[in-house]
Design a protein around this ligand. Structure first.
Ligand code: SF4
Ligand code: SF4
Length: 377
């Protein structure tokens, strides 16, 4: 690699990268992070995968932001260097792109980023939540127990780094700001998050167990703000199975109240995490489409149970595990997703890819089209 000097790289415009790196996504994690000592100090990662590159937060805000800028530059530089190598040199040691090189999102792209941060995700844990979603470990592990004395350091490091980046003009004006840290309405730091995000393209992930007047006020004052509910069900029976709390009617009332507070209908967004055997039946699909019609929501983000995604990443790139991959053309999740996507389309609605790999989503879209063409929905 030493044979390529840095200035040889200025003309390199095509290299392997991903939108998270190019658009400079900052995911602030704590106990849920993958960097050394992130449970105490907090960390920044470019994406939410377990192999995500990133940095541990530092004691000073400028050090934290400068070190993630350096990490991004190192990844891009190394990737540019690899783009100049012959295939016979592909076994060269990767220092900064080791994890990304295995990732399905790391593909050839044309350089185009402006170097500014385009996504700020407050995803710090521990963070409290009253729900007991079956796909989430918050309610049965340390992730849900936030002690303001013990965990102040990682939160302070995060807020200081965000404020420093903002005050130094490093966050793009069209950046999306997301609060994903447990349940925002009961979060001890919620007012600080509201202050940071109230006039931004702000997205609050909420379970809607509680109607929060401050969130409603932000929705009413800032048309660029939104909430997202992972609805995962269309009936109260399925909601209880998925969430472990029997409060579907309250949640639907709260959702309607938030909707009434909005300036634009698009400020309410819904996600449906496919759980084969639990919420992938026609009754729930029909009922969630009815809810969408009542709230005049046209798009549903379809996602999957992320507990299995890490496994797929490792397996799909390691030949020793290839025999364990699903031999069927469509997995249970593919089929369930295909049906829901087809039913949405049939009703003039849009299915958006939540967190499927690009190849999986192509497969699911093809299945949805097959179902529609053969009148099977
Ligand atoms: S692991 Fe994949 S998604 Fe994450 S930063 Fe690397 S290439 Fe991007
Ligand atoms: S609402 Fe979110 S944080 Fe709470 S249990 Fe469900 S997935 Fe976990």
């Amino acid at each position: 690699m030493n044979k390529y000097k840095k200035n040889d790289l200025t003309g390199v415009k095509k290299y392997r990268s991903c939108t998270y790196i190019e658009r400079f996504h900052l995911n602030f994690n704590g106990l849920n992070g993958h960097q050394i000592n992130s449970n105490n100090k907090g960390c920044i990662e470019f994406c939410c995968l377990s192999l995500a590159p990133g940095i541990t937060l530092c004691d000073t805000a400028d050090e934290s932001i400068k070190s993630i800028i350096k990490k991004r530059a190192e990844i891009i530089t190394e990737s540019k260097m690899f783009s100049l190598l012959d295939k016979s040199d592909y076994d060269k040691i990767r220092n900064f792109t080791f994890a990304c090189a295995k990732c399905p999102y790391f593909n050839e792209m044309t350089e185009g980023g402006d170097g500014l941060i385009h996504f700020v995700n407050i995803n710090m844990y521990p963070a409290p939540c009253q729900s007991k979603c079956i796909y989430c470990g918050v309610h049965n592990g340390k992730s849900g127990v936030l002690n303001r004395r013990l965990h102040a350091e990682c939160y302070e490091n995060m807020f200081n780094a965000i404020e420093w980046a903002r005050d130094n003009g490093m966050i793009a004006t069209d950046a999306v700001w997301q609060a994903a840290s447990g349940e925002i309405t009961i979060h001890p730091y919620k007012d600080r998050m509201f202050d940071l995000m109230k006039d931004k393209d702000a997205k609050f992930l909420t379970n809607c167990f509680i109607f929060d007047e401050k969130i409603a006020a932000i929705l009413g004052a800032n048309p660029r703000s939104s909430i997202n509910l992972s609805i995962d069900a269309g009936t109260s029976e399925t909601w209880y199975k998925v969430k472990g709390v029997d409060n579907f009617d309250t949640v639907m009332d709260n959702l309607a109240k938030y909707s009434a507070s909005c300036i634009r209908l698009e400020q309410i967004t819904l996600k449906y995490i496919i759980l084969p055997g639990i919420n992938d039946n026609l009754e729930d699909y029909r009922a969630v489409i009815e809810i969408m019609k009542q709230l005049k929501i046209e798009k549903l983000i379809i996602s999957r149970d992320n507990r299995f995604r890490i496994e797929k990443l490792i397996i799909s790139r390691d030949n020793r595990f290839r025999h364990k991959l699903d031999k069927e053309k469509y997995s249970l999740t593919d089929k369930a997703t295909g049906y829901l996507a087809a039913m949405l389309k049939e009703n003039g609605m849009i299915a958006e890819n939540g967190s499927f790999w690009p190849d999986e989503y192509e497969k699911v879209s093809a299945l949805a089209n097959e179902l529609l063409e053969s009148n099977k929905v």
